[in-house]
Design a protein around this ligand. Structure first.
Ligand code: SF4
Length: 468
């Protein structure tokens, strides 16, 4: 068992975050003054903040000392622990001691890739990526003024459950009879709140789950209700996450196109048919290519595909092969995800950690391929429990970045969510200023509960956004 003994400070959270880069599921024992991890070798480390302000990390045979300014104590504690664990484990997770879900926010604060590497021990290629992405995010955010609102419409249903997923999505094989009912409640919520929205809608994102899981008729009815009730002007960026290629039909594509929708996500995750079958995704790589072509034929100008590095059944070469095939389609948006452990997911973190270095190398290779093909990173986030703390990065070419993704992930703009599982948020003050704060208003994650309380949930959101 690994045990980190905290002395002179109470930075349990940051300590656990650093431990998590090396070993799974650390536990904070605040009463006992330790952070420990049962699935780890027997290691004892002391992490001490001395009265002088120096941070010291002691292992069996070495001491790591840092002497930062008082406001940097939290970082220095993490940095010394990161160095100790790096030496013990013989690995250096690429983001150094920079944990947390928004590396670009820290990159913007530090001002340069070099500084990010110096302060947080971030590997130079990741520091450069973060700095470049942070600059892109800042530029893109200027296109959404704080008075605007961004809308998310959630459809938490999928045609089957992917093995690695624990999203609140419902497998429709268990809820087939409820899908039409859910659509009715979603439309009801939209109709209730839309007359009260007086702010310009900058972006609209219909996501999931898999929004195209509906029948052609129900999908058309939902899209008609969205356009018939919300004030969507021609400048509003509208994106539909079609997700699974097996749910995309010509009728759905042409119906979206008839409303002027130009952005769609078609997410293969992998172009390997064997993996797709093992993951319980009921489509093939050929279906993905056919859907991309059909979307193009229907006038969609911006197509995004999500890819996942580190899938259980895949080698790094499989991931690189997937990226090659998707880049070859010439679509303008590609989002690279690294597999992370989600609650209730069928895969263990040990699976992920074992191949983390290989995944890191494959992701680096694919970033190089994307850069060569003219793609630039424009938004990024990390999730807890990702092997080696790897990131998810959205790439675009030709100025086709998805503003909604930036608004959502940077926590810099208001988002009003409709449907089960959606999180609405209001942002006060500018990011990185003393007045900045984000207030959140959740819907119900449970589809049945959402349907029982649709009016109550809508009323709560109206109050939250001061809509009358
Ligand atoms: S399509 Fe996405 S949301 Fe649906 S089960 Fe698969 S990973 Fe989860």
């Amino acid at each position: 068992m690994l045990k980190v003994i905290l002395k002179g400070h109470d930075k349990y959270y940051g300590t656990a975050d650093v431990v998590r880069l090396f070993f799974p599921s650390p536990t904070e024992d605040r009463a006992g003054g330790t952070v420990w991890c049962k699935d780890a070798p027997d290691i004892v480390i002391e992490s001490e903040l001395l009265p002088s302000g120096e941070c010291v990390c002691r292992t069996k045979d070495k001491e790591y000392r840092f002497d930062g300014a008082p406001e940097e104590v939290g970082r220095e504690i993490k940095r010394s622990l990161y160095m100790a664990l790096s030496d013990i484990c013989g690995i250096a997770p690429p983001w150094g001691c920079l944990t947390g879900i928004r590396p670009t926010l820290v990159a913007a604060q530090t001002g340069s890739a070099e500084e990010l590497s110096r302060r947080y021990l971030v590997r130079p290629d990741k520091a450069k990526l973060a700095a470049e992405t942070a600059a892109a995010e800042i530029g893109l955010l200027e296109r959404i003024v704080p008075q605007d609102i961004n809308i998310y419409i959630g459809v938490p249903f999928c045609p089957s459950r992917c093995e690695y997923c624990s999203f609140v999505s419902s497998d429709i094989s268990h809820h087939m009879g409820r899908l039409g009912e859910y659509k009715e409640h979603l439309i009801r919520e939209i109709k209730t709140l839309s007359p009260k929205i007086t702010r310009r809608i900058a972006t609209l994102y219909i996501g999931g789950g898999t929004p195209t899981v509906f029948s052609d008729e129900d999908f058309a009815e939902l899209i008609d209700a969205v356009y018939g009730n919300l004030d969507i002007d021609p400048d509003c960026e509208v994106t539909v996450e079609a997700g699974r290629p097996d749910t995309i039909t010509d009728r759905k594509l042409s119906h979206m196109a008839s409303h002027g929708i130009k952005r769609i996500c078609i997410n293969p995750q992998t172009m390997n048919d064997v993996t797709l079958a093992k993951l319980n995704r009921r489509h093939t790589a050929a279906d993905t290519l056919r859907s991309i072509e059909a979307a193009r034929q229907n006038g969609f100008e911006v197509i995004n595909s999500d890819l996942i590095a580190g899938l259980k059944y895949e080698t790094p070469e499989d991931f690189i092969d997937t990226a090659e095939k998707i880049i070859a389609t010439g679509i303008s948006n590609i989002t690279v995800h690294t597999l992370y452990k989600k609650r209730r997911a069928a895969m263990s973190l040990a699976d992920v950690m074992a191949s983390a270095k290989e995944v890191d190398d494959a992701v680096t290779a694919v970033y190089g391929m994307l850069e060569k093909a003219g793609y630039r990173p424009y938004y990024m986030y990390k999730q807890k429990d990702t092997g080696h703390g790897l990131e998810n990065t959205g790439f675009e070419k030709g100025g086709t970045a998805c503003l909604y993704n930036v608004a959502m992930m940077t926590d810099a703009r208001d988002v009003l969510s409709f449907g089960a599982g959606g999180m609405s948020k209001r942002v006060f003050g500018q990011v990185d200023t003393a007045k900045y704060r984000v207030e959140r208003c959740s819907s119900s994650k449970d589809v049945l509960d959402y349907m029982m309380r649709t009016d109550e949930i809508a009323a709560k959101k109206a109050e939250f956004f001061e809509l009358s």
